[in-house]
Structures are given as structure tokens and as C-alpha cells.
Ligand binder design. Structure first.
Ligand SMILES: Nc1ncnc2c1ncn2[C@@H]1O[C@H](COP(=O)(O)OP(=O)(O)OP(=O)(O)O)[C@@H](O)[C@H]1O
Ligand SMILES: [Mg+2]
Length: 202
């Protein structure tokens, strides 16, 4: 059996053959009680959101098992590259279309991902898989959906500055949630809040 390790922001990822074991590790800077609570709740959130996405037919790795007390999930391993490495000027529209469909479906089901970065998407050939639901939650509020979109915009701006404008515009034009108009109106407010904050800290 092969086993190797990837260290994520919050978790250790062990690769064992066709499985990924994701274990949330103790963070010394957090008070123990809070640390235990966060690791447990994020493990639980992640499992719940993945199950829901699977029931919606979305492209997420299958959940094989979940142990809240060990802060551990095992997931089907997606063989591919983080989108962060795979994204380029020839494929950004195709991947952007898949991001827009994913966002439309999760938002209509009341799921907010809340950590949409290109490290949390795996490109397996042309198909994109979505991972890392530890910060996700359930909400139908346009504000929460707008923040989800804005987090993606910020992630694109910081890691893919030469593509971010075109790609985000493409995602928005394909995003088709039931309350799209309200969400996009909210997004403009969230964006201007971000700009004001940046100005204040100049
Ligand atoms: N199912 C999977 N298949 C293949 N690779 C994966 C899978 N899950 C995670 N990875 C790899 O491990 C990395 C870290 O995983 P993930 O993003 O879930 O953890 P994290 O960022 O530490 O999570 P969190 O912020 O929830 O603690 C991913 O960017 C990806 O490269
Ligand atoms: Mg991650």
C-alpha cells in the first residue's frame, strides 16, 4: 500500500492508494477547547456538504467514511492537479463554466462553500472536482451567496491576476441561481465594501 503526505492549511492529507485520508490537526495557537470544537465541527460540516453535493449529482469526491472524534474523513482520491497549477489562458473558459454550474447548483440547494480557491478545485483532465468543504454552511441568503462569489473573485485576483477579470466575468455570466439578480446586486455591494476597506488601509 502506498502512502504519502500533503499538508494543507488545516489538515494532513494522507494518500493511500485510491483514498485520501484528511485529518484535521491540532493548532497550537488555538485554545484547546475551541480547537477541539472547530476540528470536530469542520469535519462534520465537510462530510455533510459532500453528501449533499453527491445527492445533487455534483462533481465532488465520494465520501468513504467520517470519524468526527478522530477529526478524520476518508475520500475517494481524484487523480489530477490543483486548478491553481492547471489554469491557463486556453482553458479558463471551460473551467469557469464548470465553476458557474457548480455554484448555481449549490446555491440553489442552500449550500455556501465559503473557501472557493483554485487550490480547492482539482482538474482531472477537462473535468473539475470541488473539495475542501470544511468552512461550508447552509444558507439561502443572497448576501452569503454574494460573499461566496466574492471569495472566488479575490482568490482569482491574487493567484491568477492575468486571467482573473475575464474568468470571473465569464463565471458571473454563466451563474444562473434562482435569485441571481439579487445575488449579483448584493455582490456589487460586497465588492464596494472590499474597495472601501482597501482604501481605508492605504
Ligand atoms: N479527494 C482528493 N483527491 C485528490 N487530492 C486531494 C483530495 N482532497 C484533498 N486533496 C489534496 O490535498 C490538498 C489539501 O486538501 P484540502 O483543501 O481538503 O485541505 P485543507 O486546505 O488543509 O483543508 P481545510 O482548510 O478544510 O482544513 C488539496 O489542495 C489537494 O491537493
Ligand atoms: Mg484547501
Amino acid at each position: 500500500m502506498s502512502s504519502s503526505l500533503i499538508r494543507g492549511a488545516e489538515a494532513e492529507i494522507h494518500i493511500k492508494d485510491s483514498l485520501i485520508i484528511k485529518k484535521r490537526i491540532k493548532k497550537g495557537y488555538r485554545i484547546t477547547e475551541i480547537d477541539l470544537r472547530l476540528r470536530k465541527s469542520r469535519t462534520k460540516r465537510e462530510a455533510k456538504a459532500i453528501e449533499k453535493c453527491i445527492s445533487l449529482g455534483l462533481s465532488v469526491p465520494k465520501l468513504v467514511s467520517c470519524s468526527e472524534k478522530d477529526f478524520e474523513l476518508s475520500l475517494e482520491r481524484v487523480k489530477g492537479k490543483q486548478l491553481r497549477q492547471a489554469l491557463n489562458k486556453t482553458n479558463f473558459r471551460e473551467y469557469g463554466d464548470q465553476i458557474a454550474v457548480f455554484l448555481t447548483v449549490i446555491h440553489d440547494a442552500g449550500i455556501i462553500h465559503h473557501d472557493l480557491t483554485t487550490s480547492n478545485m482539482i482538474a482531472a483532465g477537462k473535468k473539475l472536482f470541488f473539495i475542501d468543504f470544511g468552512l461550508s454552511f447552509f444558507s439561502h441568503k443572497p448576501e452569503d451567496k454574494a460573499v461566496d462569489l466574492h471569495l472566488l473573485e479575490r482568490a482569482l485576483q491574487s493567484k491568477h491576476p492575468s486571467l482573473s477579470d475575464k474568468m470571473f466575468r465569464n463565471v458571473i455570466s454563466r451563474y444562473n441561481a434562482k435569485d441571481k439578480e439579487e445575488v449579483l446586486a448584493r455582490l456589487r455591494i460586497v465588492q464596494s465594501r472590499g474597495r472601501n476597506k482597501a482604501k481605508r488601509s492605504d
